[in-house]
Design a protein around this ligand. Structure first.
Ligand code: FAD
Length: 324
């Protein structure tokens, strides 16, 4: 079987869940190999994580030449690796990349360099009858499902977080260092400073099993939303109205122009349920809404709905959970 390269999402010293989702999807297309662009010192830990999800090889590209620059050197490094693996094994089945602002730019540059087709923001992947990859996208705020296929070169597909449930599988996790030569032309945009996001002690939005979100109905007071979230060990999300009002940063936004989430439980508070918000959360396993307007569209998709003022309902709910 041909190899499938999966770009590892590695942040703050850990391999993030989207990597495991992509390795799971990669198995449908061929033999998964992880690609880690980062320090060699972290390689053993990365290999240990990804081999549990079926990665046979772990290509390590030490970031000495890449560090300090934005996306172009990473795209060049991936190009060199893809060409080498392809030449050695007679072709690559696909290259899978987690969807993100930076990674989608890497994917686009890589597609140009490899003269390959690119599909972004896939929510599912399947093997095509002729051996290629078929990707599903959710478009127009989730109102249409589009199925597409790359017809030129190695399929390069970026996949949204939470698109697949990670499945454990035994892989060899053999580490192979891969040396790259980064051209001066690629070193055009330098990183001047990086600021770590302030730790909240709550889980990452796209990885959380439970999300408690607030919208315009909070009136800017998220204390009841946050208290419930902390009681449930949940992440806090927000609608665009709450973000646009400056109550929460954009990293909290759920929806078409925010994050796509698919937790076990999504609790929407003071959120009307506009299609752009639904686009980011409608695949949640159980949806609960608290809204004082019984006609709010959010009630069309909930499993449980409470008509009431969130500033009264949420503290009562939090207290009831505490008593358990
Ligand atoms: P509102 O629609 O104003 O709803 C507030 C709700 O709170 C109402 O239903 C009200 O009954 C209820 N309420 C008020 N007070 C209380 C209370 N005390 N207790 C309980 N309930 C109360 N939106 C997103 O969320 N994410 C996106 O990514 C996104 N992308 C967009 C992209 C585009 C191109 C466009 C055009 C729009 C996008 N939007 C997005 C905006 C979207 O259309 C809505 O405007 C937005 O989701 C509304 O946010 P909201 O539900 O918080 O506010």
């Amino acid at each position: 079987m041909s190899e499938v390269l999966v770009l590892v999402d590695f942040q703050n010293g850990v391999v993030k869940k989207p990597t495991f989702e992509l390795l799971t999807l990669a198995k449908r297309l061929g033999t998964p190999s992880a690609v880690f662009i980062g320090g060699s010192g972290d390689a053993a830990g990365v290999a240990e994580s990804v081999k549990k999800y079926g990665a046979e090889k772990v290509y390590v590209i030490d970031d000495a030449q890449i560090k300090g620059y934005l996306v172009a050197p990473k795209a060049e490094a991936l190009q060199q690796l893809a060409e080498k693996v392809s030449a050695d094994s007679g072709g690559l089945a696909a290259i899978l990349i987690p969807s993100g602002a930076e990674t989608k730019e890497i994917a686009a540059r890589l597609a140009v360099k490899l003269d390959s087709g690119l599909i972004t923001d896939a929510v599912d992947i399947a093997a095509a009858d002729d051996g290629g990859a078929v990707a599903t996208q959710s478009v127009f705020a989730g109102n249409y499902t589009l199925t597409g296929k790359v017809t030129k070169g190695t399929p390069i597909i970026t996949v949204k977080p939470n698109s697949a449930a990670p499945e454990q599988a035994d892989g060899a996790g053999t580490v192979e260092e891969f040396a790259v030569t980064v051209s001066d032309a690629a070193k055009t945009a330098q990183i001047v400073a990086t600021q770590p996001r302030q730790a909240t002690g709550r889980p990452e939005l796209t990885e959380a099993a439970i999300i408690v979100s607030g919208g315009r109905g909070t009136g800017g007071d998220f204390s009841a939303v946050e208290a419930l979230a902390d009681e449930l060990g949940a992440a806090v999300g927000a609608s665009r109205a709450a973000v646009d009002s400056g109550w929460k940063p954009h990293s909290f936004q759920v929806g078409q122009t925010g994050k796509t989430v698919s937790p076990q439980l999504y609790v929407a508070n003071g959120i009307s349920g506009a299609i752009q918000h639904r686009a980011g959360m409608q695949t949640s396993k159980t949806i609960v809404a608290v809204n004082k307007d019984e006609e709010a569209p959010i009630f069309e998709l909930v499993d449980f709905g409470v008509v009431g003022d969130l500033h009264t309902v949420l503290p009562a709910l939090t207290e009831a959970i505490k008593q358990r």
